[in-house]
Write a protein that binds this ligand. Structure first.
Ligand code: ADP
Length: 310
Protein backbone atom coordinates (compact mmCIF):
# COMPACT_ATOMS: atom_id res chain seq x y z
CA UNK A 1 0.00 0.00 0.00
CA UNK A 2 1.19 3.41 -0.76
CA UNK A 3 0.45 6.66 0.93
CA UNK A 4 -1.23 9.34 -1.16
CA UNK A 5 1.90 11.50 -1.49
CA UNK A 6 4.36 8.83 -2.56
CA UNK A 7 4.70 10.05 -6.17
CA UNK A 8 7.60 12.40 -5.28
CA UNK A 9 9.21 9.63 -3.30
CA UNK A 10 8.91 7.15 -6.18
CA UNK A 11 12.60 6.48 -6.32
CA UNK A 12 12.95 5.75 -2.67
CA UNK A 13 13.35 2.09 -1.76
CA UNK A 14 10.57 1.92 0.83
CA UNK A 15 7.80 3.52 -1.13
CA UNK A 16 5.23 1.09 0.15
CA UNK A 17 4.23 1.27 3.75
CA UNK A 18 2.14 -1.85 4.09
CA UNK A 19 0.15 -4.76 2.60
CA UNK A 20 -3.50 -5.57 2.82
CA UNK A 21 -4.40 -9.25 2.68
CA UNK A 22 -8.02 -10.12 1.96
CA UNK A 23 -9.24 -13.68 2.70
CA UNK A 24 -12.46 -15.59 2.93
CA UNK A 25 -13.24 -18.64 5.03
CA UNK A 26 -13.77 -21.97 3.13
CA UNK A 27 -15.57 -23.54 6.02
CA UNK A 28 -18.95 -23.78 4.32
CA UNK A 29 -17.33 -25.24 1.16
CA UNK A 30 -15.71 -27.90 3.31
CA UNK A 31 -19.05 -28.55 4.99
CA UNK A 32 -20.73 -28.89 1.58
CA UNK A 33 -18.05 -31.37 0.42
CA UNK A 34 -18.46 -33.37 3.64
CA UNK A 35 -22.25 -33.38 3.08
CA UNK A 36 -21.82 -34.63 -0.50
CA UNK A 37 -19.39 -37.29 0.73
CA UNK A 38 -21.98 -38.47 3.28
CA UNK A 39 -24.71 -38.53 0.67
CA UNK A 40 -22.47 -40.53 -1.64
CA UNK A 41 -21.44 -42.90 1.14
CA UNK A 42 -25.02 -43.62 2.23
CA UNK A 43 -27.01 -42.90 -0.96
CA UNK A 44 -24.87 -44.84 -3.42
CA UNK A 45 -25.23 -48.25 -1.70
CA UNK A 46 -28.96 -47.59 -1.18
CA UNK A 47 -29.40 -46.61 -4.85
CA UNK A 48 -27.37 -49.61 -5.99
CA UNK A 49 -29.35 -52.01 -3.82
CA UNK A 50 -32.62 -50.45 -5.07
CA UNK A 51 -31.49 -50.90 -8.67
CA UNK A 52 -30.42 -54.50 -7.95
CA UNK A 53 -33.73 -55.32 -6.19
CA UNK A 54 -35.92 -53.75 -8.88
CA UNK A 55 -34.00 -55.41 -11.73
CA UNK A 56 -34.29 -58.77 -9.93
CA UNK A 57 -38.05 -58.21 -9.54
CA UNK A 58 -38.46 -57.04 -13.14
CA UNK A 59 -36.49 -59.95 -14.55
CA UNK A 60 -38.67 -62.31 -12.45
CA UNK A 61 -41.74 -60.63 -13.94
CA UNK A 62 -40.37 -60.99 -17.46
CA UNK A 63 -39.48 -64.64 -16.84
CA UNK A 64 -42.94 -65.55 -15.54
CA UNK A 65 -44.61 -66.15 -18.97
CA UNK A 66 -41.57 -68.14 -20.12
CA UNK A 67 -41.66 -70.20 -16.92
CA UNK A 68 -45.42 -70.72 -17.28
CA UNK A 69 -45.16 -71.84 -20.90
CA UNK A 70 -42.28 -74.15 -19.93
CA UNK A 71 -44.45 -75.69 -17.21
CA UNK A 72 -47.39 -76.01 -19.63
CA UNK A 73 -45.09 -77.69 -22.14
CA UNK A 74 -43.90 -80.13 -19.49
CA UNK A 75 -47.47 -80.85 -18.40
CA UNK A 76 -48.52 -81.39 -22.01
CA UNK A 77 -45.64 -83.81 -22.65
CA UNK A 78 -46.46 -85.73 -19.46
CA UNK A 79 -50.17 -85.91 -20.36
CA UNK A 80 -49.45 -86.96 -23.95
CA UNK A 81 -47.04 -89.66 -22.76
CA UNK A 82 -49.63 -90.91 -20.27
CA UNK A 83 -52.40 -90.98 -22.90
CA UNK A 84 -50.15 -92.83 -25.35
CA UNK A 85 -48.97 -95.32 -22.74
CA UNK A 86 -52.40 -96.71 -21.80
CA UNK A 87 -53.55 -97.93 -25.26
CA UNK A 88 -50.01 -99.07 -26.05
CA UNK A 89 -49.82 -101.15 -22.85
CA UNK A 90 -53.22 -102.68 -23.56
CA UNK A 91 -52.26 -103.39 -27.17
CA UNK A 92 -48.99 -105.09 -26.14
CA UNK A 93 -50.73 -107.14 -23.46
CA UNK A 94 -53.29 -108.42 -25.99
CA UNK A 95 -50.62 -109.27 -28.57
CA UNK A 96 -48.62 -111.11 -25.85
CA UNK A 97 -51.75 -113.08 -24.90
CA UNK A 98 -52.31 -114.06 -28.54
CA UNK A 99 -48.69 -115.21 -28.85
CA UNK A 100 -48.73 -117.20 -25.60
CA UNK A 101 -51.95 -119.09 -26.35
CA UNK A 102 -51.45 -120.14 -29.95
CA UNK A 103 -54.16 -122.79 -29.91
CA UNK A 104 -56.96 -120.51 -28.66
CA UNK A 105 -60.19 -120.89 -30.56
CA UNK A 106 -61.28 -118.69 -33.43
CA UNK A 107 -63.82 -116.75 -31.37
CA UNK A 108 -61.30 -115.79 -28.64
CA UNK A 109 -58.86 -114.81 -31.34
CA UNK A 110 -61.46 -112.55 -32.94
CA UNK A 111 -62.16 -110.84 -29.61
CA UNK A 112 -58.47 -110.25 -28.95
CA UNK A 113 -57.83 -108.98 -32.47
CA UNK A 114 -60.80 -106.66 -32.09
CA UNK A 115 -59.19 -105.21 -28.93
CA UNK A 116 -55.91 -104.74 -30.82
CA UNK A 117 -57.75 -102.96 -33.59
CA UNK A 118 -59.62 -100.72 -31.13
CA UNK A 119 -56.46 -99.71 -29.28
CA UNK A 120 -54.62 -99.18 -32.56
CA UNK A 121 -57.39 -96.88 -33.74
CA UNK A 122 -57.36 -95.01 -30.46
CA UNK A 123 -53.60 -94.47 -30.77
CA UNK A 124 -53.87 -93.32 -34.35
CA UNK A 125 -56.74 -90.97 -33.43
CA UNK A 126 -54.73 -89.51 -30.56
CA UNK A 127 -51.62 -88.96 -32.68
CA UNK A 128 -53.70 -87.34 -35.45
CA UNK A 129 -55.25 -84.98 -32.87
CA UNK A 130 -51.84 -84.10 -31.44
CA UNK A 131 -50.46 -83.38 -34.90
CA UNK A 132 -53.47 -81.21 -35.75
CA UNK A 133 -53.07 -79.22 -32.51
CA UNK A 134 -49.37 -78.68 -33.24
CA UNK A 135 -50.03 -77.55 -36.79
CA UNK A 136 -52.75 -75.16 -35.55
CA UNK A 137 -50.36 -73.72 -32.99
CA UNK A 138 -47.54 -73.33 -35.47
CA UNK A 139 -49.90 -71.80 -38.02
CA UNK A 140 -48.34 -74.12 -40.55
CA UNK A 141 -51.38 -74.50 -42.82
CA UNK A 142 -50.50 -72.68 -46.01
CA UNK A 143 -54.12 -72.73 -47.25
CA UNK A 144 -55.45 -69.15 -47.44
CA UNK A 145 -58.81 -68.35 -45.86
CA UNK A 146 -61.76 -68.49 -48.24
CA UNK A 147 -65.45 -67.60 -48.00
CA UNK A 148 -67.28 -70.54 -46.37
CA UNK A 149 -71.03 -70.96 -46.42
CA UNK A 150 -72.14 -71.63 -42.84
CA UNK A 151 -75.61 -72.82 -43.94
CA UNK A 152 -73.95 -75.66 -45.89
CA UNK A 153 -71.64 -76.42 -42.98
CA UNK A 154 -74.51 -76.82 -40.50
CA UNK A 155 -76.76 -78.82 -42.85
CA UNK A 156 -73.89 -81.09 -44.04
CA UNK A 157 -72.78 -81.90 -40.51
CA UNK A 158 -76.32 -82.48 -39.25
CA UNK A 159 -76.84 -84.92 -42.10
CA UNK A 160 -73.51 -86.61 -41.43
CA UNK A 161 -74.26 -87.16 -37.74
CA UNK A 162 -77.86 -88.25 -38.27
CA UNK A 163 -76.97 -91.95 -38.43
CA UNK A 164 -74.90 -91.79 -35.25
CA UNK A 165 -77.64 -89.85 -33.45
CA UNK A 166 -80.32 -92.32 -34.57
CA UNK A 167 -78.19 -95.24 -33.36
CA UNK A 168 -77.90 -93.50 -29.97
CA UNK A 169 -81.65 -92.78 -29.96
CA UNK A 170 -81.12 -89.03 -29.99
CA UNK A 171 -83.19 -86.49 -31.92
CA UNK A 172 -80.78 -84.41 -33.96
CA UNK A 173 -82.14 -81.36 -35.79
CA UNK A 174 -80.91 -78.10 -37.27
CA UNK A 175 -82.23 -74.55 -37.62
CA UNK A 176 -80.80 -72.66 -40.56
CA UNK A 177 -81.82 -69.18 -41.81
CA UNK A 178 -83.09 -68.75 -45.36
CA UNK A 179 -80.43 -66.17 -46.26
CA UNK A 180 -76.95 -67.49 -46.90
CA UNK A 181 -74.34 -66.70 -44.25
CA UNK A 182 -70.67 -66.61 -45.20
CA UNK A 183 -67.53 -66.29 -43.13
CA UNK A 184 -63.86 -66.15 -44.09
CA UNK A 185 -61.94 -69.22 -42.99
CA UNK A 186 -60.50 -72.63 -43.59
CA UNK A 187 -63.51 -74.79 -44.45
CA UNK A 188 -62.13 -78.15 -43.29
CA UNK A 189 -61.05 -76.66 -39.95
CA UNK A 190 -64.47 -75.07 -39.39
CA UNK A 191 -66.11 -78.42 -40.22
CA UNK A 192 -63.80 -80.08 -37.68
CA UNK A 193 -64.67 -77.51 -35.00
CA UNK A 194 -68.45 -77.85 -35.32
CA UNK A 195 -68.28 -81.65 -35.76
CA UNK A 196 -66.37 -81.91 -32.46
CA UNK A 197 -69.19 -79.99 -30.75
CA UNK A 198 -71.94 -82.12 -32.33
CA UNK A 199 -70.09 -85.38 -31.56
CA UNK A 200 -69.76 -84.33 -27.91
CA UNK A 201 -73.42 -83.29 -27.70
CA UNK A 202 -74.48 -86.74 -28.96
CA UNK A 203 -71.94 -88.52 -26.78
CA UNK A 204 -72.96 -86.79 -23.54
CA UNK A 205 -76.73 -86.93 -24.05
CA UNK A 206 -78.68 -89.94 -22.75
CA UNK A 207 -81.07 -91.90 -24.97
CA UNK A 208 -84.23 -90.05 -25.93
CA UNK A 209 -82.51 -86.63 -25.62
CA UNK A 210 -82.36 -83.76 -28.10
CA UNK A 211 -79.47 -82.11 -29.91
CA UNK A 212 -80.12 -78.96 -31.96
CA UNK A 213 -77.62 -77.21 -34.19
CA UNK A 214 -78.66 -73.66 -35.08
CA UNK A 215 -77.23 -70.85 -37.14
CA UNK A 216 -78.25 -67.26 -36.42
CA UNK A 217 -77.02 -64.16 -38.23
CA UNK A 218 -76.89 -60.62 -36.86
CA UNK A 219 -75.49 -57.52 -38.62
CA UNK A 220 -71.82 -58.38 -38.36
CA UNK A 221 -71.74 -61.75 -36.62
CA UNK A 222 -72.95 -65.29 -37.07
CA UNK A 223 -73.59 -67.63 -34.17
CA UNK A 224 -73.57 -71.40 -34.45
CA UNK A 225 -75.08 -72.99 -31.33
CA UNK A 226 -74.98 -76.70 -30.48
CA UNK A 227 -77.57 -77.34 -27.79
CA UNK A 228 -78.16 -80.64 -26.04
CA UNK A 229 -80.40 -81.94 -23.29
CA UNK A 230 -77.55 -84.07 -21.93
CA UNK A 231 -75.81 -84.60 -18.65
CA UNK A 232 -74.46 -81.02 -18.45
CA UNK A 233 -71.19 -79.72 -17.00
CA UNK A 234 -70.61 -78.36 -13.50
CA UNK A 235 -69.53 -74.72 -13.13
CA UNK A 236 -65.98 -75.56 -11.98
CA UNK A 237 -65.47 -77.90 -14.94
CA UNK A 238 -66.81 -75.41 -17.49
CA UNK A 239 -63.55 -73.42 -17.20
CA UNK A 240 -61.37 -76.49 -17.62
CA UNK A 241 -63.01 -78.54 -20.36
CA UNK A 242 -61.16 -76.50 -23.01
CA UNK A 243 -57.79 -77.56 -21.53
CA UNK A 244 -55.91 -80.29 -23.34
CA UNK A 245 -56.60 -83.82 -22.10
CA UNK A 246 -59.11 -82.58 -19.54
CA UNK A 247 -62.03 -84.93 -19.03
CA UNK A 248 -64.65 -84.43 -16.39
CA UNK A 249 -64.33 -86.87 -13.52
CA UNK A 250 -67.30 -89.23 -13.48
CA UNK A 251 -67.19 -89.84 -9.74
CA UNK A 252 -67.73 -86.14 -9.05
CA UNK A 253 -71.24 -86.50 -10.47
CA UNK A 254 -72.25 -89.73 -8.86
CA UNK A 255 -71.38 -91.76 -11.94
CA UNK A 256 -73.28 -89.48 -14.33
CA UNK A 257 -70.16 -89.18 -16.44
CA UNK A 258 -68.89 -92.71 -16.56
CA UNK A 259 -69.42 -92.56 -20.31
CA UNK A 260 -66.72 -89.92 -20.66
CA UNK A 261 -63.76 -92.27 -20.39
CA UNK A 262 -65.51 -95.41 -21.52
CA UNK A 263 -66.42 -93.92 -24.87
CA UNK A 264 -62.75 -93.27 -25.48
CA UNK A 265 -62.53 -89.51 -26.09
CA UNK A 266 -58.98 -88.20 -26.17
CA UNK A 267 -59.79 -85.06 -24.18
CA UNK A 268 -58.43 -83.00 -27.08
CA UNK A 269 -61.70 -82.33 -28.95
CA UNK A 270 -62.51 -79.01 -27.29
CA UNK A 271 -58.83 -77.92 -27.19
CA UNK A 272 -58.76 -78.36 -30.97
CA UNK A 273 -62.08 -76.49 -31.28
CA UNK A 274 -60.68 -73.54 -29.29
CA UNK A 275 -57.44 -73.49 -31.31
CA UNK A 276 -59.45 -73.38 -34.57
CA UNK A 277 -61.78 -70.69 -33.17
CA UNK A 278 -58.79 -68.56 -32.15
CA UNK A 279 -57.26 -68.93 -35.58
CA UNK A 280 -60.50 -67.60 -37.08
CA UNK A 281 -60.82 -64.83 -34.45
CA UNK A 282 -64.04 -66.50 -33.38
CA UNK A 283 -65.28 -66.91 -29.82
CA UNK A 284 -66.26 -70.29 -28.41
CA UNK A 285 -68.09 -70.50 -25.09
CA UNK A 286 -70.22 -72.87 -23.07
CA UNK A 287 -73.30 -72.47 -20.92
CA UNK A 288 -74.41 -75.56 -19.07
CA UNK A 289 -76.51 -76.81 -16.22
CA UNK A 290 -75.75 -80.11 -14.58
CA UNK A 291 -78.37 -82.72 -15.43
CA UNK A 292 -80.20 -80.37 -17.83
CA UNK A 293 -77.88 -79.89 -20.80
CA UNK A 294 -75.32 -77.64 -22.45
CA UNK A 295 -75.09 -75.04 -25.19
CA UNK A 296 -71.81 -74.46 -26.99
CA UNK A 297 -71.84 -71.25 -29.03
CA UNK A 298 -69.39 -70.20 -31.69
CA UNK A 299 -69.52 -66.53 -32.61
CA UNK A 300 -67.66 -65.32 -35.67
CA UNK A 301 -67.57 -62.45 -38.14
CA UNK A 302 -69.67 -62.70 -41.28
CA UNK A 303 -68.67 -61.65 -44.77
CA UNK A 304 -70.79 -58.95 -46.40
CA UNK A 305 -72.15 -59.67 -49.90
CA UNK A 306 -69.68 -57.04 -51.23
CA UNK A 307 -66.73 -58.99 -49.76
CA UNK A 308 -68.01 -62.26 -51.27
CA UNK A 309 -68.26 -60.73 -54.75
CA UNK A 310 -64.68 -59.43 -54.50
P1 ADP B 1 -63.46 -85.85 -25.12
O1 ADP B 1 -62.63 -86.41 -26.20
O2 ADP B 1 -63.27 -86.53 -23.80
O3 ADP B 1 -64.89 -85.69 -25.51
P2 ADP B 1 -63.37 -82.97 -25.23
O4 ADP B 1 -62.21 -82.04 -25.19
O5 ADP B 1 -64.19 -82.98 -26.47
O6 ADP B 1 -62.81 -84.41 -24.90
O7 ADP B 1 -64.29 -82.65 -24.01
C1 ADP B 1 -63.73 -82.51 -22.72
C2 ADP B 1 -64.75 -82.93 -21.68
O8 ADP B 1 -65.82 -81.98 -21.64
C3 ADP B 1 -65.41 -84.25 -21.98
O9 ADP B 1 -64.65 -85.32 -21.48
C4 ADP B 1 -66.74 -84.12 -21.26
O10 ADP B 1 -66.59 -84.49 -19.91
C5 ADP B 1 -67.02 -82.62 -21.32
N1 ADP B 1 -68.02 -82.29 -22.37
C6 ADP B 1 -67.77 -81.83 -23.61
N2 ADP B 1 -68.90 -81.59 -24.29
C7 ADP B 1 -69.91 -81.91 -23.45
C8 ADP B 1 -71.34 -81.88 -23.57
N3 ADP B 1 -71.96 -81.46 -24.67
N4 ADP B 1 -72.07 -82.27 -22.48
C9 ADP B 1 -71.46 -82.65 -21.36
N5 ADP B 1 -70.12 -82.71 -21.17
C10 ADP B 1 -69.35 -82.35 -22.21
Amino acid sequence: MHSANTHHLANEANSSWGYLQIGRTLEHFDAEIRRIQWIMAIGLPIALSLVATSSWWLSGLAMQPIYQSYQQQQQFTANAAHELRSPLASLLATVEAILRIPQSNQQDMQIMLHTVEQQGRRLSHLIADLLLLTSLEQNSSSKPFQPCCLNDLVSDLTEEFLELATAADINLSSQIPTCEVYTLGNESQLYRLVSNLIANAIQYTPRGGYVTVSLVKSDYNAVIAVKDTGIGIGLADQERIFDRFYRVDGDAYGGLRLRSRKTGGTGLGLAIAVAIAQKHQAHLKVESQLGKGSVFTLEMKVLSSKDIEN
